[in-house]
Design a protein around this ligand. Structure first.
Ligand SMILES: Cc1cc2nc3c(=O)[nH]c(=O)nc-3n(C[C@H](O)[C@H](O)[C@H](O)COP(=O)(O)OP(=O)(O)OC[C@H]3O[C@@H](n4cnc5c(N)ncnc54)[C@H](O)[C@@H]3O)c2cc1C
Length: 625
């Protein structure tokens, strides 16, 4: 009988990271997936990153994951979003070549010796004494394992809707996964139903792109991955996207289809993504808006398809077609495929621990859409954590639990476990209370040490980060003491209409002025031939870090102090075996939620919705006694 250390079910974005991490940590991995050529398939938009999602990709990369590398090799447009705002919200995004992304993901997975890809549809999870032991496939084969990561995406009992027509399927052209939900329900899990949707695809040469607003990529594009060679980046030719808008007439046509909308007629039971609503949802929820922005995004270099970002719909195909024809630039468009919605089973994520191991069945991990999230990046982040933890568990290594104060991935998993979710969860910068510290630009500084410890990051990369760290702290120390004289800077300040200085001022202090940048200030010091400065000026990564640190020093310090104040609650451990039902002084809701989540620390307990400050005081007293 076939046996692996770890089985990963699903070759989606979560499954890729889980398999690669576990295999690179020395485990034999069976990647069981329905269609080997669908590995890394992008179900919806051909893009990676974006607001907060770009942060996740940078963190995945720092930890030694694959998404950033694959995106860098297959990106056809790179942009840093939110550049006009503060660095906490700068977010890298790329438009991907859909076909090349999937091909590259397939190549990456197959280049790792310990991974065996098995084309199979799993219908049952097997366990003994509340511990996972393997799976049964559709062909009645049993495959055994010591740990299992379930990352089945939108496939569990998937049902696709366009108008009042529903067909069974996990996504367009692919069958649903049956049996897994039922086998988990028998083991005592609770499932729910969610939905998501995708827009129509249009034929590129049927669109009048000449009359539309062009959205080019950045002039100097930045890769996601630390490992990407900046000298040969970007790898592929770069393309532009286009912008257009809906209008009143479009909205009126769409409204005609409401009587046949699976969403409004109640045919769809699952809850949809609040922050990524369908076009019909938008025109109802924001009825006063006369237009909605749409991005026309190319699906690839050789593809003749355009993805209509912002026009996700499950209205009847003929309504979508009629409405599209009233949009500027799309008057003659050919709709190759209508938009559709898909409903699927998920497992409310309070059923997993912060390692993503399920509380009911040891050795069984859930990652990705199955935990109620939406998005490739959220899925990949969980897949990576689940893969690392599954491998750590069976090789006797320390588990990986990232704190909210050190990673967006920590925020994501902490939110899922403590707050659970009954609607598709996606990442936003506003979800991270320490977002000034959790920037995309410092992901390597925050997290590469973990990737290196688990053997997922190259030594060379880690050594570079350590060397940069030294350079950053030596530079800051230097600028805290290095002063510019009024005679060297005042005429420069006056030219910029800025107030002059009296006698001397440190570079650190001057750099806090939003109008001044560090390189300019350094160039004003004519007497310095300091070797640290010489080294810094040759290192773009380090100079950016120093500048951000100097400019935002006060805010960063305050966030750091807050973390340190709250950290002691994270260190107050609670035994996982604690029976909260016995603590009668707790509020009824607090008791129920604590029993459900089983937090590991007072810090975690305090973030569970429904647990009050007085419940926390009672717990603290109980633990002290
Ligand atoms: C129509 C549609 C629209 C979407 N719209 C959006 C959107 O607007 N915004 C957004 O952020 N996200 C959207 N998504 C979600 C996005 O695709 C997912 O968040 C992401 O792909 C989840 O990654 P995953 O790894 O969890 O699963 P997936 O990428 O779905 O991969 C699941 C994998 O598991 C395999 N599998 C499933 N069951 C079995 C089984 N029993 N046996 C073997 N293999 C199995 C499948 O073959 C597949 O390879 C959409 C998805 C769909 C289908």
């Amino acid at each position: 009988m076939t046996k692996f250390d770890i089985i990963v079910i699903g070759g989606g974005h979560a499954g890729i990271e889980a398999s690669c991490a576990a295999a690179n940590m020395g485990c034999s991995v069976g990647l069981l997936t329905m269609d080997r050529f669908a590995i890394g398939r992008m179900s919806c938009n051909p893009a990676i990153g974006g607001t907060a999602k770009g942060h996740l990709v940078r963190e995945i990369d720092a930890l030694g994951g694959m998404m950033g590398k694959i995106a860098d090799r297959t990106g056809i447009q790179f942009r840093m979003l939110n550049k006009s705002k503060g660095p906490a919200v700068w977010s890298p995004r790329c438009q991907s070549d859909r076909k090349l992304y999937s091909e590259e993901a397939y190549r990456v997975v197959n280049s790792i010796r310990n991974i065996e890809t098995v084309e199979a549809s799993v219908v049952e999870i097997l366990s003994e004494n509340r511990k996972v032991v393997g799976v049964r496939t559709e062909n009645d084969d049993e495959i055994l394992c010591k740990a299992l990561v379930l990352s089945s995406g939108t496939f569990l009992n998937g049902l696709m809707h366009t108008g009042l027509r529903s067909t069974k399927g996990g996504r367009f052209g692919e069958k649903p996964a049956t049996g897994i939900t039922e086998s988990l329900l028998k083991l005592g899990f609770i499932s729910g139903r969610l939905k998501t949707g995708t827009p129509p695809r249009l034929k590129k040469n049927s669109i009048n792109l000449d009359i539309l607003e062009i959205q080019p990529g950045d002039q100097y594009p930045q890769p996601f991955s630390f490992s990407t060679d900046r000298n040969s980046f970007p790898v592929l030719p770069q393309l532009s996207c286009y912008v257009t808008y809906t209008n009143k007439q479009v909205h009126e046509i769409l409204a005609k289809g409401f009587a046949q909308s699976p969403m409004f007629t109640g045919l769809i039971k699952g809850v949809g993504p609040r922050y990524c609503p369908s076009i019909e949802d938008k025109i109802v929820r924001f009825a006063d808006k006369e237009k909605h922005q749409l991005f026309l995004e190319p699906e690839g270099l050789d593809s003749d398809l355009i993805y209509v970002n912002g026009f996700s719909s499950s209205l009847p195909a003929e309504i979508q077609y009629e409405a599209l024809h009233k949009i500027k630039g799309l008057e003659e468009c050919e709709m190759v495929r209508p938009g559709y919605a898909v409903e699927y089973d998920f497992f409310p994520p309070h059923q997993v621990d912060l390692t993503l191991e399920t509380k009911l069945i040891k050795g069984l991990y859930f990652a990705g859409q199955i935990n109620g999230t939406s998005g490739y990046e959220e899925a990949a982040a969980q897949g990576l954590v689940a893969g690392i933890n599954a491998a750590a568990k069976i090789t006797g290594r320390k588990e990986l639990v990232l704190r909210r104060s050190e990673a967006y991935i920590g925020v994501l998993i902490d939110d899922l476990v403590n707050k659970s979710t009954d609607e598709p969860y996606r990442m936003f910068t506003s979800r991270a209370e320490y977002r000034l510290l959790l920037r995309q630009d410092n992901a390597d500084r925050r997290l590469m040490k973990y990737g290196y410890d688990y053997g997922l990051q190259q030594k060379e990369n880690f050594e570079k980060v350590v060397a940069n760290e030294k350079l950053i702290s030596r530079s800051i120390e230097l600028f805290d003491n290095m002063k510019l004289h009024s005679r060297d800077i005042n005429s420069f300040l006056e030219n910029k209409n800025l107030s002059s200085i009296d006698s001397t001022e440190t570079i650190s202090k001057l750099c806090k002025r939003p109008e001044l940048n560090l390189k300019e200030l350094i160039s004003l010091d004519h007497n310095s031939d300091n070797p640290v400065i010489g080294e810094l000026l040759k290192n773009d990564t380090a100079i950016e870090q120093v500048e951000i640190q100097l400019k935002y020093e006060g805010y960063l310090k305050r966030q750091q102090e807050m973390i340190e104040r709250l950290e002691r609650y994270e260190e107050e451990k609670i035994p996982l075996t604690l029976n909260y039902s016995k603590l009668k002084a707790l509020s009824a809701e607090g008791r129920e939620k604590l029993n459900k989540v089983k937090p590991r620390s007072i810090g975690q307990a305090s973030r569970i919705s429904g647990v009050t400050p007085s419940d926390i005081s009672i717990l603290l007293v109980y633990l002290k006694n």
